[in-house]
Every structure is written in structure tokens, then in C-alpha cells.
Design a protein around this ligand. Structure first.
Ligand SMILES: [Zn+2]
Length: 453
């Protein structure tokens, strides 16, 4: 199916309306990926990533690259290839994506979430922004480089992982633990979730992700005295647990601005003329709101968050249980992890134990250096008059896994978006969709980036 519309954007920086091979095929590749159902239910009950990985491998071998497919479990397939750079003595750059998606409830959608339909210049489907868009951009640009006999500035490792949507245990974390040699010599990485534009007071601002919050899924356990529901009982485990859950869930976390968030909000202040005052929560709120649809993302990065997510206690209406348990999803600011966890333990109180269920690290790197300059420069060339600001992701990405190999990761999936598209809501949302024009813009930016990275 022909999905490629003419570039009506007049995209500055594109070569006079002559579209590149990558621009010409990025929408088709994205569409074909969208049509492969890779729903990840957090266990092995989904279709897995093998079909998508074989499709990706086909695109890469088609241009003569050697690829390696590997599986953490049958059907949970990842793909890796390496492209030689102009200066192979320099450390390699990893371009990575994930091929799995969160499930989609088809009845909630306006279209079939796995049909990859193009409607009015947008590609619709689960994964359109998270993150088969970037997968397609990476693949089409790499194919173009190889077919044209060009070399990126340095070696590039392309990895398409399984299982990101369940924490990467069967994808990136598995690869880092079992196949670290695939990333040998790599020091930096680029992937989701950043690089998209938001409108700030009439200026397009691209948010480059330079930090991620850490996560701690914690179990609260209260032990008490089991007994008859008619008795006087001041050691009721359920009561103690409920008090702890309420204290944590109701707690107003103070604002703490990490270097990344401060730099972002100073940038917003500059664009809007609104005052920046790190000590004034109301001023911070106002700056966050100026980010429009991105405000919920950013609003969760000016403080820790701790949300009760599960409760478990009791088995009969007239029996006081001896134990009660809850789960809390805690997201921690980089650099303040211990402080945040200590506060949760204080709030839980002496009657409740706090046990780890699953934890992963926070990341933060400075908004500076040659690779950041190359990303900012590529955007400046393709979208003059725009700005690039750093931001912190409130969730996590496969960059957490790669960081264990000493690889510094950035979120940079460049998309020039219309100001009225509520892009953030698309992540794991209903009617997820991406403008074809934005995909083509992204290939032009990535093309420039690989030449200068
Ligand atoms: Zn993702």
C-alpha cells in the first residue's frame, strides 16, 4: 500500500522537496511493524516479538548487513547489527528500539489497533509513538546509509529489543547480562522517549530526554493478631496497613528540582517570560503548565511520587486477618533515591515492614557534550527557530539496562509535531497515532545526526 504522501510541510532543511530513500520508506516500515501484533502482557502469554524481529532482520540483511537474532525465551526475540563508522577507533553509538507494545483494547479504539491504517496523514496503531515510529526511523536511515555506501561518523550498533514494556527483563536486561559483547566499545545510546516537539508560547521546543526517574515497587506488610471479628483487637493488621497506605498515598511530596528539571523550567521561563523561582511551588506549577500537553509528564518529575497500587488482606468477613499487604509504586528523582525511600519508610511507620518487590535505577546526565551538540545541531538545521530543552522521563526505558554497561543513554526520537496534537496522551493511550510528516522529519534529523555523531 502506498502510504507516502508528498511533503507538504515545506520542511526547511530537506533538499528542495526531493525526498530521500529513508523519507520514502519510513511510513511503510512503520506501518508494517504496526501490523505485527507484539502485545506484551507482562508474561509469556502474548504473541512475542519473533515475527517483528524477523521482519527487522529482513530489512537489515536486505541491504547486506549481518544481523544476529537472539532469544531469552522461545519467541522473545531481539535483533542486533553493527555498522562500521568513518572512524572505527571512536567508541560506538547504540541506536536502540523495542518492538513490543502494550496491549490495546480494540473496543476502545476508533480503528483496528493492529491494522496500521493511514488516515489524513497520520498512521494509527498500537506502537505508533511507543515506539515503532522510532524503530522505523532508525531502520530506514540505516538502510539508506548502507545502500548509499555512506558511513556514520562512528560505529553504530542497532538493537531492537523485546520486552521493554515489562521492564526489559527478557530483552535489554537479558542482552546486557548474557550478550554484553554485542555492545562492546559503545559509550552512548539513543532511543525513546524524547525528541518530540511541544509548543511553548508559540515556539517549538524539542524535549531531549537526559534523565529518568528510578523505580521502586515496594510491598508493605503489617503483622497483627488474628482473631474473631467480634473481639476487641488493637493489633489489627488491616487497620495498621490501611493507616500506612493512606499516609503514603496522601503525602504531599516537596518539590525538588534536579539539574535537568531546573534547566528545562529555566528554558520555559525564558520562552514565556514567566518567572523562575526554585523555592516557589506555585511558580514551578505555572511553568510546568506552560508545557501544555507535556505538563503531566513534567509535573511528575519535580518530586518523588508514591502511589498505592494493590491491597491484599483477609479471607472472611468475621475473621481479623493476621497479616495484611499492599504494593506501592514509588518513582524516585535521580540523586535523591535514598531520601525518597527513607520518607516512604517513615510514612509506613514502625508497625509496617517495607520490602522490595522490584527496583531499577534513576539516570541523569548533563545536557552537554559532543553528542548532545550533534542532536541539538541536527534539530536546529531541520527546524530553524526551534529550541531544544532537556527533560526527565517519569518512567523508564531500556537505557537503564544499557547503563549497566557504562553506556550513557538519551531519549531522542525526533518528531516535529503539530501544536494541537496531544502527543503525550498517545503513550499507552487509545487511538495512538503519529503524523507521517513527523516520521519523515525524524529521518532527516537522524540522517544528519549519524553524519555528525
Ligand atoms: Zn517505549
Amino acid at each position: 500500500m502506498n502510504t507516502v504522501s508528498t511533503d507538504s510541510s515545506g520542511g526547511s532543511g530537506s533538499t528542495g522537496g526531493v525526498s530521500s530513500p529513508a523519507e520514502g520508506e519510513v511510513a511503510r516500515i512503520c506501518q508494517e511493524l504496526l501490523r505485527i501484533d507484539t502485545s506484551n502482557y507482562g508474561d509469556d502469554s502474548g504473541p512475542g516479538e519473533r515475527v517483528a524481529a524477523e521482519y527487522v532482520a529482513g530489512l537489515l540483511t536486505d541491504v547486506g548487513l549481518d544481523v544476529e537474532l537472539f532469544e531469552s525465551r522461545p519467541g522473545r526475540t531481539s535483533v542486533v547489527t553493527r555498522i562500521e563508522g568513518a572512524d572505527p577507533s571512536r567508541p560506538a553509538l547504540v541506536l536502540h528500539g523495542h518492538t513490543d507494545v502494550v496491549p490495546a483494547q480494540a473496543s476502545d479504539w476508533s480503528v483496528d489497533p493492529f491494522a496500521g491504517e493511514e488516515i489524513d496523514g497520520l498512521l494509527w496503531g498500537r506502537g505508533a509513538v511507543d515506539m515503532k515510529d522510532m524503530d522505523a526511523m532508525i531502520l530506514s536511515v540505516v538502510r539508506q546509509y548502507v545502500r548509499e555506501g555512506r558511513k556514520p561518523a562512528r560505529d553504530v550498533v542497532v538493537a531492537m529489543f523485546a520486552d521493554e514494556e515489562a521492564g526489559g527483563v527478557l530483552g535489554s536486561h537479558w542482552a546486557v547480562a548474557h550478550r554484553p559483547e554485542l555492545f562492546e566499545g559503545a559509550t552512548e545510546a539513543i532511543s525513546e522517549v524524547g525528541g518530540f516537539s511541544v509548543d511553548v508560547a508559540g515556539t517549538r521546543a524539542y524535549l531531549l530526554q537526559t534523565a529518568e526517574k528510578g523505580l521502586a515497587w515496594l510491598r508493605l506488610v503489617a503483622d497483627g493478631r488474628a482473631g474473631h471479628g467480634s473481639a476487641v483487637n488493637h493489633e489489627n493488621a488491616l487497620t495498621a496497613l490501611a493507616e500506612a497506605v493512606a499516609r503514603i498515598g496522601r503525602f504531599t511530596w516537596p518539590y525538588t528540582l534536579t539539574p535537568t528539571v531546573e534547566r528545562l523550567l529555566r528554558g520555559v521561563s525564558h520562552l514565556t517570560g514567566l518567572p523562575f523561582d526554585a523555592e516557589d511551588p506555585a511558580a514551578i506549577d505555572t511553568l510546568v503548565r506552560a508545557l501544555g500537553p507535556a505538563a503531566p509528564f513534567v509535573g511528575a518529575t519535580v518530586r518523588h511520587t508514591a502511589n498505592p497500587t494493590r491491597l491484599h488482606a483477609g479471607y472472611k468477613d468475621n475473621v481479623i486477618p493476621g497479616r495484611a499487604e499492599a504494593a506501592i509504586d514509588v518513582r524516585l528523582l535521580p540523586g535523591y533515591e535514598e531520601e525518597g525511600l527513607a520518607t516512604v519508610r517513615d510514612l509506613a511507620g514502625p508497625a509496617v515492614r517495607v520490602e522490595p518487590i522490584h527496583q531499577d535505577i534513576a539516570l541523569e546526565v548533563p545536557f552537554e557534550g559532543a553528542l548532545v551538540d550533534a542532536m541539538v545541531g541536527a534539530i536546529a538545521t531541520e527546524d530553524p527557530g526551534s529550541v531544544v530543552l532537556p527533560y526527565t522521563l517519569s518512567g523508564g526505558t531500556d537505557n537503564k539496562a544499557l547503563s549497566r554497561l557504562g553506556i550513557t543513554g538519551y531519549g531522542f526520537a525526533p518528531l516535529r509535531l503539530p501544536a494541537d496534537l496531544d502527543f503525550i496522551r498517545m503513550f499507552h493511550g487509545v487511538d495512538e497515532r503519529v503524523p507521517v510528516d513527523a516520521l519523515r522529519f525524524g529521518t532527516r534529523v537522524l540522517d544528519r545526526l549519524l553524519a555528525t555523531c
